[in-house]
Design a protein around this ligand. Structure first.
Ligand code: HEM
Length: 454
């Protein structure tokens, strides 16, 4: 920076200078020290490219801080007894200054967190950033994603309105299909046979103590591990040239600050325009039609409409296991830090996504209006007709896509290697999940029948 350029006040807090004994100097040193605990003093120039990480990990962390702050404020007024929960939310909305805004900020930040952590996961996979010493962080990340879902899920019940009551009833009823432990697990979660006071108490404790504590511990470890790995991933340098490095302060923190300000402003504006929803008070005797799970589980609920619950849960189990095992399934470290591995991988990803975007709605329509295995083969047991057959068919599609990428020439007369073919399958799975979720949100009406949203 030129000597005579005036430095803005906020940058003065960050720029490393000789420690001063003044108050500003102490704040500056504290801020610098915190930043340099999170980041190395110098980072590769490539690492500050916003279009590499899209700031998604940092934005998720920021959202967690916003959730903790707004959640703490909500706790002053919220009453976790079933006779008072709904009223306390109503009071918050109408009687407390900024109560409605705080609730909206908490609600929308929570929903956004599911999206940003999921996109972060996708970016990490696309750049092969679970390789070279990052396996543990991949697994921790998956647990963090799971915890973000649990935090949302447990918070969903707290307003105790119809939406909350029935979404939790529908979602937890799925648990009962898990073999051997399903029913006990559901009873344990609910604190009884159905959603009631014990459920609200359980969910409240999980939501405000257990899950946030787990997130805090694992997130700290996650950050420490990124730092320990020498910062975020980057391509292996085979050129012999030294990697260009820039100082973290101010280069990287400026990018982070800008991203944080945009996110805070965006969430704030959105929350001001869109209050958090609150339906009529929960009524255990009258279920709304359709009774849908929370939006982030609608992909799973959609899958359940097409196959036996046990088959759908097994399929989800297999896909989750594949996600956990991603670092073992793809051990080729050479392509770390490169989006889509190579031009061939990029083609595989685009094709995989295109197949997912087209095949999934086609299969939903065919299954809804054409395919009727129990009708065609009346003697066939249900667990084969609507269980094993659709489950194996779906797994077969995954295998076929993998083989397809391995066999055809995608770019420059080259077919995909193992890592690139898996990438194509991953892109297919993401696209399919997206379509199933969209169908669940917008195209399922009364009695969960397929229909147009308008
Ligand atoms: C609460 C959720 C999460 C938070 C706050 C978080 C935060 C972060 C941050 C700040 C980074 C540094 C780089 C970046 O911004 O991309 C990072 C890197 C990483 N995250 Fe996460 N993360 C979360 C969830 C996940 C998930 C769901 C996964 C994947 C399963 C994951 C796997 C990783 C890995 C492997 C790295 C190292 C990436 C690299 O070296 O390029 N994280 N995370």
């Amino acid at each position: 920076m030129a000597q005579n350029t005036p430095i803005p006040w906020w940058q003065k807090l960050l720029v490393t200078q000789k420690a001063e004994k003044t108050e500003t100097g102490q704040i500056r040193r504290a801020a610098n020290s915190l930043i340099l605990h999170l980041h190395p003093a110098r980072v590769p120039a490539q690492a500050i490219r916003f279009t590499y990480t899209w700031g998604l990990g940092g934005i998720s962390a920021l959202l967690i801080v916003m959730l903790a702050l707004t959640g703490l404020l909500l706790m002053f007024r919220y009453d976790a007894r079933i006779d008072y929960a709904y009223i306390s939310i109503q009071q918050m909305e109408s009687e407390i200054v900024f109560g409605s805004l705080i609730r909206a900020l908490h609600h929308w930040s929570a929903n956004l967190l599911v999206i940003t952590t999921f996109l972060h996961l996708v970016r990490v996979y696309f750049t092969g950033s679970y390789k070279l010493g990052r396996k543990a962080n991949w697994i921790i990340g998956l647990v963090l994603f799971f915890l973000a879902l649990v935090a949302n899920f447990t918070g969903y019940l707290l307003p105790w309105d119809q939406l909350a009551y029935w979404a939790i009833t529908v979602s937890t009823s799925l648990m009962a299909y898990i073999p051997l432990i399903g029913v006990s697990l559901r009873t344990f979660m609910l604190g009884g046979p159905q959603v009631g006071q014990a459920t609200l108490s359980n969910f409240y404790a999980l939501h405000v103590v257990f899950v946030p504590a787990m997130i805090l511990i694992l997130m700290s470890y996650h950050f420490w591990k990124v730092r320990k790995n020498g910062g975020i991933s980057q391509p292996i340098n085979n050129s012999g040239e030294p990697v260009e490095r820039v100082s973290t302060i101010p280069h990287l923190v400026n990018v982070e600050y800008a991203a944080a300000l945009v996110v805070i402003a965006g969430v704030l504006l959105w929350s001001m325009a869109n209050p958090a929803p609150l339906g009529p008070i929960a009524n255990p005797y009258s279920s709304p039609n359709p009774a849908k799970a929370a939006w982030y589980f609608l992909g799973l609920q959609e899958l359940l409409l097409h196959m036996h619950p046990l088959a759908a849960l097994s399929l989800i189990g297999i896909l989750c296991a594949a996600l956990v095992g991603a670092p073992l399934l793809d051990k080729d470290d050479r392509d770390i830090g490169i989006y889509f591995r190579s031009p061939v991988g990029r083609r595989a990803a685009v094709l995989g996504a295109l197949i997912g975007f087209n095949l999934t709605p086609l299969m939903v329509l065919l299954d809804e209006y054409v395919i009727d295995i129990p009708g065609w083969l009346p003697g066939l047991p249900a667990f084969i007709g609507v269980g094993l057959i659709p489950c194996f068919f779906t797994l077969g599609v995954f295998a076929a896509i993998y083989i397809f990428f391995r066999k055809i020439q995608l770019h420059d007369q080259r077919n995909a290697n193992h890592s690139e073919a898996l990438l194509g399958v991953f892109a297919f799975a993401v696209a399919a999940l997206l379509i199933l979720t969209i169908v669940g949100i917008f195209f399922r009406g009364a009695n969960m029948a397929l229909g147009l949203p308008f």
